[in-house]
Design a protein around this ligand. Sequence first.
Ligand SMILES: Nc1ncnc2c1ncn2[C@@H]1O[C@H](COP(=O)(O)OP(=O)(O)O)[C@@H](O)[C@H]1O
Ligand SMILES: [Mg+2]
Length: 238
Amino acid sequence: MIELQNVTLTFPDGENRVTAVDNVTLRGRNGTVTGITGPSGSGKSSILAVAATLIRPDSGGVLIGNGSDTIDAAQLSKHEATELRRERIGIVFQQSNLLPALTAREQLQVMARLGGGTSRATRARIEARAEDLLDAVGLTQHADKRPHQLSGGQRQRVAIARGLVHDPEVLLVDEPTSALDQERGAEIMHLISRLAHERDTATLLVTHDLVHRETLDDLVTVVDGRVTTALTGRVPTR
Ligand SMILES: Nc1ncnc2c1ncn2[C@@H]1O[C@H](COP(=O)(O)OP(=O)(O)O)[C@@H](O)[C@H]1O
Ligand SMILES: [Mg+2]
């Protein structure tokens, strides 16, 4: 589970500060995808950055985990936050940020090795997990290709697989369909939904367009940094 509780985030703006996130409370349940929608500039990416522990909010909590295992990520030091991201959070940004020189398989292996041991058993486990994820996102046949040899949709699949390679409890995805046509976008949204359900991952997914809303379990709308509506349960298509 991930829960943002009364999160406020401001940025410096000349003499003043601009409020990007204004007292936001929202929850992502295990095994579901929670959509976060709203107009451009409404604070969606800022909410994800706080959830990802990449930016510390001015106030509020970021609860991650279940039961007695729950921690407030907003209270962690930089070093602790890095550890948390490495172990418990998967991040898929708008630009897939793949390394141009690496094949799809290597993108996953490099991520999986960060912080891991170097024993033969560990390496074997990492490699098995990378293969499993390449298969889960339908890229086994393209595993030896570099980013420039892959389509936009395939690159997005690599980024999603890479985000899941640590088997995180929380997956954060920013506008995964923005560079794709509608059909490719629908495939990516269904893929994320399937993976969240299969892996019991609490997924927060930012999207400004709702053509694929049937793949969302919950939906939160944000305007001017504030939550205006929060729907729980399968989102009606109209
Ligand atoms: N690093 C930053 N420095 C200053 N202002 C920022 C920064 N990031 C975002 N903002 C401001 O915060 C508001 C929300 O931005 P953002 O979270 O990117 O919105 P969205 O993702 O919904 O388009 C905007 O007014 C934006 O200009
Ligand atoms: Mg954004």
